[in-house]
Design a protein around this ligand. Structure first.
Ligand code: MG
Length: 203
């Protein structure tokens, strides 16, 4: 199982971190050891002093595929959930300055809590699914798939040109604006539409 993450898929988030809006999807990966199942805490890592939350919709791949055309991509995911792409922003900033890869900032153990999954058929249109993240009871991020630069189908088509998608792979589809720091003792709650999907305590 692998975790594929799309970067900069919401215009306002790209600009809040002073990044250009990409002309094609951009992705990186996290290993299986990054996954935290729903209900387990996130332990603040000792190597970073600036860990950011990034709430994202997550697709679970249900069919093996390579070179998937966008018009067929819908056959490759049936379920959706919410996850947090935890990012050691201080390390990422140093990596960016030096042009180095991002693994230490993005792929560390526990950096990918993921909720339960629900059928995407529950939503009338995959182009209008909303989600939000609360930090200690206050909403800090709000997203809607209508604001994504690249659709689920375009993401799957793009990624599968490079990487074979296998059953159970997870795709984080990018974060909206409002990313920020977590501290020990914080509580994050992620919602899909109005349903609470995931609670993470920072320890
Ligand atoms: Mg992200």
């Amino acid at each position: 199982m692998k975790i594929i993450c799309i970067g900069r898929n919401y215009r306002e988030h790209a600009t809040e971190l002073k990044n250009p809006v990409p002309g094609e999807p951009f992705f990186f990966m996290k290993p299986e050891t990054a996954l935290i199942r729903a209900g387990l805490p996130f332990f603040y890592p000792d190597f970073s002093g600036k860990v950011h939350y990034e709430a994202e919709l997550v697709l679970r791949i249900c069919k093996l595929g390579k070179h998937i055309q966008a018009r067929f991509a819908r056959n490759y995911f049936k379920e959706i959930g919410v996850g947090i792409d935890f990012t050691a922003r201080d390390i990422q900033e140093r990596c960016k300055e030096k042009g180095l890869p991002w693994e230490a900032a993005k792929a560390f153990d526990g950096s990918a809590p993921v909720s339960k999954f629900v059928p995407i058929a529950r939503f009338c249109q995959s182009s209008s699914i909303s989600f939000h993240l609360d930090l200690n009871g206050e909403t800090v991020q709000k997203g809607n798939t209508g604001d994504m630069i690249f659709s689920f189908e375009e993401i799957i088509s793009h990624v599968s040109r490079y990487v074979t998608l296998k059953i159970g792979d997870l795709i984080f589809t990018g974060t909206p604006s409002g990313v920020g720091e977590v501290k020990m003792g914080d509580r994050l709650e992620a919602f899909l539409e109005k349903e609470k999907m995931l609670t993470i305590n920072i320890k």
